[in-house]
Design a protein around this ligand. Structure first.
Ligand SMILES: [Zn+2]
Length: 171
């Protein structure tokens, strides 16, 4: 397994739409292993493929950090079928280090995804797990949590975001 470099806001790949996974093979298993190791190394609760410059519909969530009886999980080709309720909770992101802000999102979602073997799973998620799922799902569609905050808050964060984005402007 390997720890992969995480790209930051300002990198064009974070704005790309990830492609559906077609092959559930050894290569996918290895990638999920690397993604997991990268998430743990960086002490994240979730990590999406696009954050390591891989345009595939894959993300991992360390569910054990939410409920110790749960295990880590990979979500492949995820979709959100239904959502309910709204809640404002603070979020952060490994691609936007040091920045945190309240984001309004549905509290409960019904989702469909495939596991590492390609099995289709239907589930209803709520609370923190639903939130992390939506945050990572956004990554696969080129959306970052700072796109979902009120304009005024975004304005206040702009200098911090510009500083992180600055890493890429001279490339
Ligand atoms: Zn993120």
């Amino acid at each position: 397994m390997a720890i992969l470099p995480i790209i930051k806001i300002g990198h064009p790949t974070l704005r790309k739409t990830a492609k559906k996974v077609q092959k559930f093979d050894k290569e996918l298993e290895k990638f999920v292993g690397d993604l997991t190791e990268t998430m743990r190394f960086n002490e994240g609760i979730g990590l999406a493929a696009t954050q390591v410059e891989v345009e595939k519909q894959v993300f991992v969530i360390d569910k054990g950090l939410i409920n110790e009886e749960w295990e880590l999980q990979a979500y492949i080709n995820p979709i959100i079928i239904e959502s309910e309720g709204m809640e404002n909770v603070e979020e952060g992101c490994l691609s936007i280090p040091g920045v945190r802000a309240d984001v309004e999102r549905p509290f409960q979602i019904r989702v469909r995804y495939q596991d590492i073997k390609g099995k289709v799973i239907d589930e209803t998620l709520e609370g923190l797990l639903a939130r992390v799922f939506q945050h990572e799902y956004d990554h696969l569609n080129g959306v970052l949590f700072v796109d979902r905050i009120p304009q005024l808050t975004r304005k206040l964060l702009e200098p911090q975001l510009k500083e992180i984005e600055g890493e890429y402007t001279y490339r």
